[in-house]
Design a protein around this ligand. Structure first.
Ligand code: TXA
Ligand code: MG
Length: 321
């Protein structure tokens, strides 16, 4: 058994030591408003390589580089007009923009997997912001889970997945949004949502004043390289669109009309609120996955607003290998 990882309450002092660990080339996990990230100095190729090793990522998928401000983002990538509009509307926040990488971009090639584009995000979470300020570095950070597993929304989830491969986990409580950032490629003529996430597609469209296609709509795309079909997986099989629960199943419910169930059950939102459901999704999957049920029956979730991203995650988790 590996020793327990150091989970520490995020405060000025612990954030300063996390920043020092990053400058030393070590990995630390930190909260963002979406999910917990596994961070490394994005300019340090060895530190970035350690991220892939810790996660057990089978391939070198490009990582999101986190910066403190839109001005710092513009130093690393070319902000197009659509990118600027989206940045003004959603940064700091749960949006990632894929931009053309600047020629003098100091980010390690491995962080962008050798692409000529770079994914950038300005997170809003106060701990993430304080860490970026204290470190004065761009931080490469994927979700702090084992590759292919459910994203972590608490410090305990990070510990369960990554153990002592991280020098420190800054505990900032449960991630308030609970779904990863929405990734939008703004390098082309028309912006494309490569990954739906905490910013709903409708909100992108409202700001851009045009409909926004997703990679799965068949729009031009080398779909987000990290969007493997089977991702966010539980060990227990998921049965989607369930209107009744079978014997031996756990129930992942949604809304006020959940069927009666004596076995393990979690309601993502008894009032049918999609924001609450998104915040609860990954923790609920982890709990029901550990419940010993033969399968997890998942009630239908409306495919609008944040429901689109929730259903995307559930479909990926449900797909057989
Ligand atoms: O909410 C989030 O986005 C979290 C927090 C920690 O910021 N991070 C996260 O990172 O979810 P990760 O590595 O699990 O997902 C990054 C996604 C992947 O789907 C990856 O393929 C895509 O962003 N991506 C990164 N760089 C890209 C690029 N240059 N072009 C296209 N997609 C890119
Ligand atoms: Mg991830």
């Amino acid at each position: 058994m590996s020793a327990a990882v150091a989970i520490v309450d995020a405060n000025e002092r612990t954030i300063e030591s996390a920043a020092a660990a990053l400058r030393d080339g070590r990995l630390i996990a930190f909260p963002t408003e979406t999910v917990y990230g596994l961070g490394a100095d994005a300019t340090n190729a060895r530190a970035v390589a350690a991220i892939f090793e810790a996660k057990g990522r089978p391939r070198f998928n490009p990582l999101i580089v986190h910066v403190a401000s839109v001005e710092l983002a513009a130093v690393l990538g070319h902000l197009t007009p659509a990118g600027s509009q989206l940045a003004a509307a959603f940064w700091p926040g749960p949006l990632t923009l894929v931009l053309a990488k600047r020629a003098d971009c100091p980010i390690a090639e491995l962080a962008t997997a050798g692409l000529d584009t770079i994914a950038l995000r300005v997170p809003a979470h106060p701990v993430a912001q304080a860490l970026l300020q204290a470190a004065s570095l761009p931080i490469a950070a994927p979700s702090a889970n084992r590759s292919g597993h459910v994203s972590p929304t608490t410090a305990a989830h990070v510990e369960a997945d990554l153990g002592k491969t991280v020098a420190m986990v800054l505990d900032g409580g449960a991630a308030p949004l609970g779904l990863e950032s929405t990734v939008v490629d703004v390098t082309g003529e028309a912006p494309i949502a490569l990954r739906l996430g905490a910013v709903p597609r409708e909100d992108l469209a409202r700001v851009l004043d045009r409909p926004v296609a997703t990679a799965s709509d068949g729009a031009r795309s080398p779909a987000s390289p990290g969007m493997l079909a089977r991702h966010y997986a539980t060990a227990t099989k998921l049965r989607l669109e369930a209107r009744a629960v079978h014997q031996g199943e756990a129930l992942l419910a949604f809304g006020p009309d959940a069927p009666e169930h004596g076995g393990p059950m979690i309601n993502l939102s008894a009032s049918g609120d999609l924001t609450e459901a998104a915040a609860n999704l990954f923790a609920a999957l982890r709990i029901l996955d550990a419940s010993g049920a033969e399968a997890i029956a998942v009630m239908p979730i409306p495919d609008k607003g944040l429901g689109e991203a929730i259903n995307d995650r559930l479909r990926r988790a449900a797909r057989a290998e």
